[in-house]
Design a protein around this ligand. Structure first.
Ligand SMILES: [Fe+2]
Length: 463
């Protein structure tokens, strides 16, 4: 396996792309994979097909999907690039054509117009019988869940106007999928479109709500009755970019906002909030008249100010916080001091009062380490954070929860762990109720699985 030798840290060590697609029927299993663990962990992340045109922005690297299928204690592996329009054109050309940072004017002169299907590198969702690869600037791309072949764009029968978030939320009671589109008409006006697809995949008309300013909005949340959009002052401005400033800038003076929209329609409310940055929301729920939103917040985003002044790195540390919307106000409080990101829950509790969340920790933004070296479970009832350290040379992906029994949190955590010394990854399984004990089983195969962004578990029984 060859690796490029770039200086960009997002192309090195555990982030380094792999350059081939393989099918491996049986990985080497260490320990015993639980008999009741049967399904596929899909992971996705940026994996440039060719050495990218510098400077490289990993948020726009070609999406690659990695699938680990666990059955009867055995583990199979398959990886495929998502065949986007960019990927196909570059594959024909034999080199990178499209810039991953900057504007279309930074593309190779031979690149041609940018295809509308983006890079499909951020997240995956299973909904209405479809496996969708997601990236927030584009519509989803549907994949074959077995072969990982790209089936093509999925626009909900033409009802999705343009793009959709990479973080839709599926309501566990109804099976409906709530989603939003930031910049839904391609203009930086602060508009956000809200949609809901029913359990059969029929998409609603868009409902346009107005944010306080055009901003980077990566995630959102639902409760049983409302949609919650947190708008942080990571602003977008073409005028600023045209004047030589940053397209994306951290502007805390503009404050944040929480937008609350009833899912069934009705008055949309917008509440001012403290100027923090949040990429990911753990969960939200209603408690009487209060709306509770748990998220990983940063005191400052990792973007320069409008004047181009770089951020203070330590302020980008991510910590779990609870924002409460009550009596027209948003109050926030930190839930724990541990630096952590990639919050996941037992998704049977999405939008409902819940007790447990799992996170990646021990590294990441605001530390001197780009990688997360551990996993944690947070208990909202006791305030306890149980931590497993994978060790200083091991990097851990987002923890994905797999239900085992009926009680919340009774299940497994599946993730990949990258070993810097060996330059290989393994699939690890932990008891979700005892993450501090570390993996109960690992599957190794002498290859690297680049760290990537997000993952999805699909049980075999659900097919
Ligand atoms: Fe994300």
């Amino acid at each position: 396996m060859t690796s490029p030798a770039p200086r960009n840290p997002y192309l090195a060590k555990g982030f380094a792309p792999v350059r081939d697609e393989v099918d491996i029927a049986a990985l080497d299993v260490e320990g015993r994979f639980p008999d009741d663990l049967a399904g596929t962990l899909y992971r996705i992340g940026p994996n440039p097909q060719f050495d990218p045109r510098p400077p490289y922005n990993p948020l726009m690297g070609d999406g690659m999907v990695h699938a680990f299928t666990i059955r009867d204690g055995r583990v199979a592996y398959r990886n495929r690039w998502v065949r986007t329009g960019r990927w196909r054109r570059e594959n024909t050309a034999g080199r990178a054509l499209f810039a991953t940072a900057g504007l279309p004017s930074d593309d190779d002169p031979d690149a041609g117009p940018r295809p509308a299907d983006g890079v499909a590198n951020t997240n995956l969702v299973w909904h209405a019988g479809r496996l969708l690869a997601l990236e927030e600037g584009s519509p989803p791309l549907e994949l074959d869940p077995e072969t990982l072949a790209t089936r093509g764009l999925w626009t909900f029968g033409g009802r999705l106007a343009r793009n959709m978030t990479a973080h839709p939320r599926v309501d566990p009671a109804s099976g409906a999928m709530a989603l939003f589109a930031n910049i839904p008409r391609g203009r930086l006006t602060g508009e956000i479109a809200l949609y809901e697809a029913d359990a059969a995949g029929a998409l609603s008309e868009p409902r346009i709500v107005q944010g306080p300013y055009p901003a980077l909005i990566h995630d959102f949340a639902i409760t049983e009755r409302v949609v919650v959009v947190v708008v942080c002052p990571t602003t977008l401005s073409l005028e600023r970019a045209a004047a030589g400033g940053p397209l994306i800038a951290w502007e805390p003076g503009r404050g944040a906002a929480v937008i609350v929209a009833p899912r069934a329609g009705g008055e949309v409310r917008r509440y001012p909030a403290p100027p923090r940055m949040a990429w990911h929301i753990m969960n939200a729920f209603e408690d009487g008249d209060r709306i509770v939103i748990d998220l990983c917040e940063q005191d400052a985003a990792m973007f320069s100010g409008p004047d181009g002044r770089p951020p203070e790195a330590s302020r980008a540390a991510q910590r779990l916080a609870r924002w409460e919307v009550a009596a027209g106000e948003v109050r926030s409080r930190r839930l724990h001091d541990l630096i952590c990101e990639y919050p996941r829950i037992d998704e049977r509790r999405t939008g409902r009062r819940y007790r447990y969340g799992w996170l990646a920790c021990l590294g990441g933004p605001g530390t001197d380490d780009l990688f997360h070296r551990g996993l944690a479970r947070f208990d909202h009832e006791t305030g306890e954070m149980a931590v497993w350290s994978a060790g200083p040379r091991h990097a851990v992906s987002e923890p994905v929860f797999v239900a085992r029994g009926p009680a919340e949190g009774e299940g497994w955590i599946v993730c990949t762990v990258y070993d810097e010394g060996e330059d290989t990854s393994c699939l690890a399984v932990l008891d979700a109720e005892d993450v501090a004990a570390g993996p109960v089983a690992r599957a190794r195969f002498g290859r690297r699985v680049p760290m990537g962004f997000h993952g999805l578990w699909r049980p075999l029984s659900g097919r």
